[in-house]
Design a protein around this ligand. Structure first.
Ligand SMILES: [Zn+2]
Length: 329
């Protein structure tokens, strides 16, 4: 009896020890959630996170990662989202990847060239000439076959002809897909944009601005953005190993609350941005081009400041823009 009792006592002690150990593990796991990710925060600051993020330490599903004033929701497993913003202080870029079974991957965190801040929109083009500058930067994104897209017709400002506004957007896309450059480099792009018509729903972009949910429908629309922003681009991509990620969806918002727009720059133009020029730059992002520094590459379409209102210089690509496209495609 005594022997049995001592075994029972030993077992009880062992169980207590296991329970205590399990308890300490749980406490440890709970304590390991980063402060930046605590469950009461809907937005998570990217700079507070490591580049490769263990989701057990930061439960991020459905939350928005923010950096430099822009954000992107954590995409579904197996996708990445790339946010690009055009602002008076230069460019902002943020990429959030959520590989299946892997760790969250962030790029573009805290690196933007605030030092290039200008006093306002519209800088004089600087750097080498349009056809003398071979620079380009590239994002991990490519339109392999085509991207079908829609325009939110109701969002077009009432002072614009809907037909002409949409035509300007389509021409902006065509300037990229046909590599319309001023330097005679030719067209090596095989991906296409297919315009599908008007849509009633709006782009998956909030006015903060952030890329929000992914509905697999690519749209362009006018809407609200912070006042120093002209445009915002979101690309949702499928990761591909050994090759650029495949573009699945793209959304673009043009800021109509703080800026005026035109479909055709004429002598009467006052303070309006050219839709075609802006859309050419944005479709450069759709096709996987990144930004070029304004100080050194100001004559390229992908330079990070617009050349200003009532002008069309960015409709036609520079040498680096065309080289970047032709080498990717
Ligand atoms: Zn840009």
């Amino acid at each position: 009896m005594k022997r049995v009792a001592s075994i029972a006592a030993a077992l009880a002690l062992a169980c207590t020890a296991v329970a205590m150990f399990a308890g300490s593990l749980l406490a440890q796991a709970d304590g390991a959630v980063y402060d930046a990710c605590s469950r009461d925060k809907q937005e998570i600051r990217a700079v507070a996170l490591p580049e490769f993020l263990n989701e057990e330490r930061c439960p991020v599903a459905g939350r928005v990662i923010v950096d430099g004033g822009i954000g992107a929701v954590v995409p579904e497993p197996g996708m990445a989202v790339i946010a690009e913003a055009e602002t008076s202080n230069g460019h902002q870029y943020l990429s959030v990847g959520n590989p299946r079974g892997g760790r969250l991957v962030l790029d573009g965190v805290g690196r933007e060239p605030g030092s290039e801040a200008a006093s306002g929109f519209g800088t004089r083009a600087s750097g080498a000439s349009q056809c003398g500058d071979p620079f380009y930067s590239s994002r991990d994104a490519k339109v392999y076959k085509y991207n079908r897209w829609y325009v939110n017709g109701r969002s077009i400002p009432s002072y614009l002809s809907k037909f002409r506004a949409v035509s300007a957007m389509r021409q902006g896309a065509a300037n990229i897909t046909s590599v319309r450059d001023a330097c005679g480099l030719g067209d090596g792009v095989r991906g296409r944009m297919i315009y599908e018509g008007a849509a009633r729903d709006s782009v998956e972009i909030t006015n903060k601005p952030s890329c929000t949910s992914n509905d697999f429908k690519s749209e362009v629309g006018f809407g609200d953005l912070p006042s120093n922003y002209t445009a915002f681009h979101c690309a949702w991509v499928w990761p591909k190993s050994g090759a650029p990620n495949r573009v699945a969806q793209t959304d673009i918002r043009l800021n109509k609350f703080d800026h005026g727009w035109t479909a055709s720059v004429a002598g009467s133009c006052r303070g309006r941005y050219d839709i075609e020029s802006t859309m050419t730059h944005e479709r450069g992002h759709t096709f996987g081009l990144g930004e070029a520094s304004e100080s050194y590459h100001g004559n390229l379409t992908m330079s990070n400041f617009t050349n200003g209102t009532c002008q069309t210089s960015e409709r036609s690509l520079g040498k680096g823009d065309a080289l970047g496209l032709n080498r990717k495609y």
